[in-house]
Design a protein around this ligand. Structure first.
Ligand code: PLP
Length: 374
């Protein structure tokens, strides 16, 4: 891309992100690079800048990285999934006798991975709730945040924690899955590293998994890329292409998801069958003030609590538009009872991922389903 996209609006940046220069006769986004093996020069053999083997080399993946790197404002390394990116960050950055702090209320697999894999390697793993309090960071190698946290949707002040981490000599990583780079840019707020699952809203069609890490520290990008290329935690050419194709509509999808979440959160907050609602965009939510200050838009994921597991089961059975499904950020509205996955959550707690359906249709369907949940 020969012109600078950074000053343009979200929709424009998403449409043009990572596209090659216009060449007559060529597609806007070249088709997926599907190759494990490329021709080598028979005499010169491998040459720098010439693709040789699919684990390190794939043009679709490079274009996707250029696109996301532009949106996050750093160098992007794409991974096979969000967990591949999280695991790479933790394993590349933490050494024996180091201490890392991970969210107590974030995606449970991050915590599970840290405890199962880092602790036996002599690394101390501490947890902190997203809304705080945080432990003293002196002697901490890495503070990993997740904001908004999945599934509880608490939010923390990235810039404030970045300053505290820097003063203590700790690195700061932020899981930007739920917000996406259109919601916030943690690298601008002082984070050293962004990790994320692109499986969710970023790719946004519930049809592939991928993840990424982004940083402005060149040595860190090299370490992560070497890790990725050696361990083979790569997204394939087709998935990379499909994720890139999907990016063009990210701004539109997020706008509708957020509008749907706003309407549903307001309705749920008043509904007698609902015990609590969490959505950082809801005035009165504990995360509202910091989210309003920090985030450019609030994602379409909310949480609400019904009286019991049976209430949720009846709600899901009665709804015609809400699919029972895990994950979030796709075009279809989905609901996930988090306790069924082992989250430390009440039996009636539901994470609702608002899709891009018409707001009135969702409001009517969910209101009717709630009536039948009792
Ligand atoms: C906040 C967060 N980070 C990371 C992941 C892991 O992503 P993936 O499922 O793409 O491995 C998830 C998955 O739900 C997530 O919610």
């Amino acid at each position: 891309m020969t012109f600078d996209l950074s000053a343009l609006g979200d929709g424009t940046r998403c449409v043009h992100a990572g596209l090659p220069d216009a060449v007559p006769g060529q597609p806007f986004l070249p088709g997926p690079a599907l190759a494990s093996t490329y021709h080598l020069d028979p005499v010169a053999g491998p040459m720098p800048g010439v693709d040789g083997y699919g684990r390190p080399d794939n043009a679709s993946r490079r274009r996707l990285e250029a696109a996301i790197g532009g949106l996050e404002g750093g160098e992007c390394v794409a991974f096979a999934s969000g967990m591949a990116a999280v695991a790479a960050a933790l394993l590349v950055l933490a050494r024996v006798n180091d201490t890392v702090v991970v969210p107590a209320d974030g995606y449970f697999k991050t915590r599970e991975f840290a405890n199962a894999t880092l602790v036996p390697r002599g690394i101390t793993v501490l947890t902190a709730p997203t809304a705080g309090p945080y432990p003293p960071l002196d002697g901490v190698r890495l503070l990993m945040l997740e904001t908004p946290a999945n599934p509880g949707l608490d939010v923390c002040d990235i810039a404030e924690l970045a300053a505290t981490a820097r003063a203590a000599g700790a690195l700061l990583a932020v899981d930007n899955t739920t917000a996406t780079p259109l919601g916030q840019r943690p690298l601008d707020l002082g984070a050293d590293l962004v990790v994320a699952s692109g499986t969710k809203a970023l790719a946004g069609h519930a049809d592939l998994l991928f993840g990424y890490a982004c940083t402005r520290v060149p040595e860190l990008a090299i370490l992560l890329r070497e890790w990725r290329d050696t361990t083979g935690a790569i997204p394939g050419g087709f998935d990379s292409w499909l994720a890139h194709r999907s990016l063009a509509t990210l701004d539109l999808r997020l706008a509708r998801q957020s509008a749907n979440a706003a309407a549903l959160a307001a309705m749920l907050a008043e509904h007698p069958a609902v015990r609590q609602v969490r959505w950082p965009g809801l005035p009165g939510d504990p995360a509202f003030a910091v989210a309003a200050r920090q985030m450019k838009r609030i994602p379409g994921v909310l949480m609400f609590e019904l009286a019991s597991r049976q209430h949720v089961e009846r709600f899901l059975a009665a709804s015609r538009l809400v699919y029972a499904a895990t994950s979030f950020g796709g075009p279809h509205t989905t609901a996930d009872r988090r306790a069924q996955w082992g989250d430390d959550a009440s039996e009636g707690l539901v994470r609702l991922s608002c899709g891009i359906e018409d707001t009135d249709d969702l409001l009517a369907d969910i209101t009717a389903a709630l009536a039948r949940s009792e």
